[in-house]
Design a protein around this ligand. Structure first.
Ligand code: NAP
Length: 323
């Protein structure tokens, strides 16, 4: 029997690419350039499986085909709001993702951002590299203490809980949670966390607010100017979720007028472009979407895709099927 044909849309860790090629008839994207909608449309008519990732917009245009050959979109990453799920479903295309294996590393990065912005690490590094450091002094780059403060977490799933674990046990932080559905009491108890009903309840009591919900149309501009106004004037916003969850123009306004203490972003509304207004804000730390960027997580994500693919083509239910 012919081996299923598979398209990997970007470069993946070598070990995973090699392993995939042993089982499947794999087409690689050696140039590592994001595909266009037109190229996706072609791919969906040609390959049995397409393995996309967050930089691939698989919207209505890409899925506008009469007879798709693709039976599964096995996504590399946990978030899959870049895929038009409803449209894919009408074609009977299965969708899988890669949860769990990146949760710790993404929470580590959210902690990195929280500490960086609170302790002015970006300011300090810029000053030092520019040769402008004049030495230790009591008033130099004074930041905000993190330990013992209150962390508000919006979206208390896998990554939100890893964040709570680090903040509560490592930094003695109080944890306040807002989540779409009720979180089980035993999970809240694990981190000494309290769930509040609305984002409006969470914001005024948090010294740090960290976003861990999915993106997509439902959560677009969840953090808008009205909600930024509800934050304490010395509080910090951390976004490792998705760029669209924060209204960037409103955030830039809040940062410029110092109505909040600062912000730290790993994700942006129009990646890889960064809103020029944000780039002017000194009380902002920015990283280029590095949440899961460790050797360990990136390799595990690839092998998780492989597991999903193997299950699917062996006629079993892939464990990470989301649609
Ligand atoms: P998850 O386990 O599904 O957790 C998401 C949580 O958000 C769920 O508990 C969900 O509530 C909650 N939620 C959804 N909509 C909400 C809303 N409007 N208000 C409040 N809570 C809401 O997902 P995860 O594995 O933790 O991943 C979370 C997100 O992180 C991903 O979707 C992805 O976009 C992002 N991410 C980013 C990076 C990066 O590189 N920066 C890396 C990995 C993931 P329910 O309990 O009701 O479902």
């Amino acid at each position: 029997m012919a081996r299923p044909s598979v398209l990997i849309t970007r470069r993946w860790p070598d070990a995973v690419e090699q392993q995939l090629a042993q089982t499947y008839d794999v087409a690689f994207n050696r140039a590592d350039r994001p595909l266009t909608s037109g190229e996706f449309r072609e791919a969906i008519q040609r390959y049995d499986a397409v393995l996309p990732t967050v930089t691939d917009k698989i919207g209505p245009e890409a899925l506008d085909v009469k007879k798709p050959q693709t039976k599964i979109l096995a996504n590399y990453g946990v978030g899959y709001t870049h895929i038009d799920v409803e449209r894919a479903k009408t074609h009977g295309i299965a969708i899988t993702n890669t949860p769990d294996v990146l949760s710790e590393c993404t929470a580590d990065l959210a902690m990195t951002l929280m500490l960086m912005v609170a302790r002015r690490a970006g300011d300090g590094e810029r000053e030092l590299r520019a040769g402008n450091w004049s030495g230790w002094r009591p008033t130099h780059l004074v930041g905000t203490k993190v330990s013992g403060k209150t962390l508000g977490i919006i979206g208390f799933g896998r990554i939100g809980q890893e964040m709570a674990k680090r903040a509560h046990f490592g930094f003695g932080m109080k944890i306040v949670v807002q989540n779409r559905s009720a979180v089980k009491p035993e999970i809240l108890a694990r981190y000494g966390a309290v769930q509040v009903p609305t984002i409006e309840d969470l914001l005024p009591q948090s010294d740090f607010v960290s976003l861990h919900c999915p993106g997509g149309a439902e959560n677009a501009k969840m953090i808008n100017s009205r909600r930024l106004d509800l934050m304490k004037e010395d509080a910090f916003l951390i976004n490792t979720a998705r760029g669209e969850v924060v209204d960037e123009a409103a955030l830039a306004q809040a940062l410029m007028f110092d109505t909040i203490g600062g912000a730290a972003l790993d994700v942006f509304e129009r990646e890889p472009q960064v809103n020029p207004m944000l780039a002017q804000c000194d009380n902002l730390v920015m990283l280029p979407h590095l949440g899961s960027a460790t050797r360990e997580a990136r390799q595990a994500m690839g092998f998780r895709v492989l597991d999903n693919l193997n299950d699917f083509f062996e006629g079993k239910a892939p464990r990470d099927r989301v649609a």
